[in-house]
Ligand binder design. Structure first.
Ligand code: UT7
Length: 331
């Protein structure tokens, strides 16, 4: 009997309508389009403006897009995982609300959080359930409303992040397609360099910390940059090597969209031509958990059955990793 593998069989996505351009950011903080473009590759990002709407709004829209495209009956979904660093609220899982709203009434659901590596790690979780034979249809969503914890007076962070969501369906495959191998890592010594300190259980928000804006995200960009370049390239190179793959074998690199320079460095390390590097950072910025599924959403029409994709991500924590994947369908 052939081994069951875990394939992605459908993709959906959503970004909010409001576009925050570099030109508008120039009027908000001391920055300029040229600096942002050359240092990050970002031209614009999407922001969810409507009051009272959080990450679940984005997640629901992305899931509904997938359901609409494929005609999937949400009652058949076994599990909904929402990968996010910005849940709607504490204690109540964003995934539970999302699942109910999309009609996945027979599913259980939970959130998964590993900062910018959330979706990558979620792919591992979803695949393990499928490979074990325990569940047949898993909706894996990456969604973040980063604008909810960004200080729009801090030029070190507000130029980078955006809001968005992507969703994929994981199902069993008997042709050997889907997840092939993974190399996932973390190092908690890195957490001081990228975090939203106050608002978690270690540091509850007080009147003073609120006034000082310590609930906003903080990043020591240079340190995170160095670690991201080194580690993302390292795991991508290692996963290729141990699967006896060369650059010619790889169809696509789908790397977390945090900075074009980090993505280019990873592509260079594995000698991958520019045409094979998925890129949409110029339009969305860093959408944290949503970058990888939004890449699949944007590139879906170009993907062919059997395409070999290297996924890679790096994020707060620190967390990082790479997944080697075979695409399962032509659209
Ligand atoms: O997704 C999770 C993982 N996150 C990442 O991977 C992000 C990693 N970090 C980065 O992408 C980059 O470090 C940044 C884009 C955040 C910053 O780029 P950088 O090339 O590392 O710049 P820098 O922080 O070293 O700053 C260089 C200069 C400084 O001025 P001086 O000291 O050279 O005079 C900054 O004050 O650029 C200045 N600067 C800016 N200038 C215009 C910093 N931010 C800005 C800005 N506009 N927004």
């Amino acid at each position: 009997m052939s081994k069951i593998t875990a394939a992605i069989t459908a993709v959906g996505g959503y970004v909010p309508d409001f576009v925050l351009t570099n030109k508008v950011l120039e009027t908000m903080v001391e920055t300029n389009d040229e600096w942002i473009t050359t240092r990050t590759g970002i031209k614009e990002r999407r922001i969810l403006k409507e009051e009272g709407k959080g990450t679940s709004f984005l997640a629901i829209k992305a899931a509904e897009n997938l359901i609409q495209k494929t005609g999937l009956d949400p009652k058949e979904i076994d599990l909904v995982i929402v990968c996010t660093a910005t849940p709607d609220m504490k204690a109540a899982a964003t995934a539970a609300y999302t699942a109910t709203q999309i009609g996945a009434i027979n599913a259980f659901s939970y959130d998964l959080e590993a900062a910018c590596s959330s979706f990558l790690f979620g792919m591992s979780t979803a695949a393990a359930y499928i490979e074990s034979g325990r569940y047949k249809k898993i909706l894996l969503i990456g969604a973040d409303k980063n604008s909810s914890f960004i200080n729009y007076k801090d030029r070190a962070t507000c130029i980078i992040f955006g809001d968005g969501a992507g969703a994929v369906l994981f199902e069993p495959n008997n042709e050997g397609l889907g997840l092939q191998d993974e190399l996932l890592r973390s190092n908690g010594e890195g957490r001081e360099f990228l975090q939203a300190t106050y608002g978690g259980s270690s540091y509850p928000i007080t009147e003073d910390t609120f006034k000082e804006g310590k609930h906003y995200v903080f990043q020591d960009g240079k340190t995170v940059f160095k670690n991201a370049v080194f580690n993302m390239a390292d795991v991508a190179e290692k996963i290729l090597k141990r699967n006896n793959l060369t650059n010619d074998d790889i169809s696509w690199l789908a790397a977390h969209q945090a900075n074009k320079r980090i993505i280019d460095a990873t592509a260079n390390r594995i000698n991958l031509e520019e045409e094979k590097v998925m890129m949409n950072i110029q339009r969305y910025g860093n959408t944290t958990s949503a970058t990888l599924p939004l890449l699949l959403f944007d590139y879906e029409s170009k993907l062919k059955k059997g395409d070999k994709i290297v996924f890679a991500a790096f994020g707060g924590g620190f967390t990082w990793g790479s997944i080697y994947f075979k695409w399962a369908y032509n659209s």
